[in-house]
Ligand binder design. Structure first.
Ligand SMILES: CC(C)(COP(=O)(O)OP(=O)(O)OC[C@H]1O[C@@H](n2cnc3c(N)ncnc32)[C@H](O)[C@@H]1OP(=O)(O)O)[C@@H](O)C(=O)NCCC(=O)NCCS
Length: 184
């Protein structure tokens, strides 16, 4: 992709592109995270300091995780992120998604396109078969995003994840490789 501002793009769409997150992203990522604190509450808590980012990226460098940044294809500006966490190989080939937009680029379609690029990369080169997103029932924006990509609601788990000081109920939305190109 020699004509792009970021030769390291893994995949590019019309407006969005994805690349792996790296330690060099610390300054931009923590600045965007600080700007987005109110927007992300109460669903998402990102590292806003250098020390917290170093811990975060250390987790993403584990072999069972993949961290992607969603960028503006033309400028390279970071607009959001999608992480694939807790990848289990063998007969499962499955992982758990975490994602968020940054406030100034939210609602402009970057995440819809970026998540689609991550799904294709995960079900292609990464060899995964299934991805799950755990979403609190009141999180309409997140539910809308996965529905648009054809995820199906597999179940409801009471007191599933510890977020914002309490164990929160979550819906479990998932997609398998076979579902990727099915009409939603
Ligand atoms: C969820 C989130 C990533 C969506 O990002 P976004 O920038 O709005 O995504 P896009 O602009 O690409 O929109 C994608 C689709 O999401 C859905 N969506 C977005 N906002 C929505 C809302 N308020 N209500 C319902 N659906 C919504 C729509 O289907 C939208 O498609 P559209 O173009 O037809 O409107 C963003 O709202 C966010 O970061 N939220 C806070 C963090 C969070 O909740 N993370 C996930 C935890 S499970």
């Amino acid at each position: 992709m020699s004509d792009s501002p970021h030769a390291e793009y893994i995949a590019a769409g019309t407006r969005a592109a994805i690349r792996s997150i790296a330690r060099g992203d610390r300054e931009e990522f923590t600045r965007l995270a600080r700007e987005s604190v109110e927007f992300h509450r109460p669903w998402l808590f990102l590292p806003t300091t250098d020390d917290a980012f170093d811990g975060y990226i250390g987790q993403l460098e584990r072999p069972d995780r993949e961290g992607f940044l969603v960028c503006d294809r033309e400028t390279g500006a970071v607009t959001g992120f999608v992480n694939v966490n807790n990848i289990v190989r063998g007969r499962f080939q499955s992982g758990y998604l975490g994602y968020g937009a940054f406030v100034l680029s939210a609602g402009r379609g970057y995440m819809a396109e970026g998540l689609g690029l991550v799904l294709r990369h995960a079900f292609g080169p990464l060899g995964l078969h299934r991805l799950e997103a755990n979403i609190q029932p009141d999180n309409a924006a997140s539910t809308g995003l996965v529905k648009r990509h054809g995820f199906r609601l597999e179940g409801f788990s009471p007191e599933y994840l510890f977020i914002d000081g309490a164990w929160r109920d979550h819906q479990r939305w998932a997609i398998t490789r076979e579902m990727l190109d099915e009409p939603a």
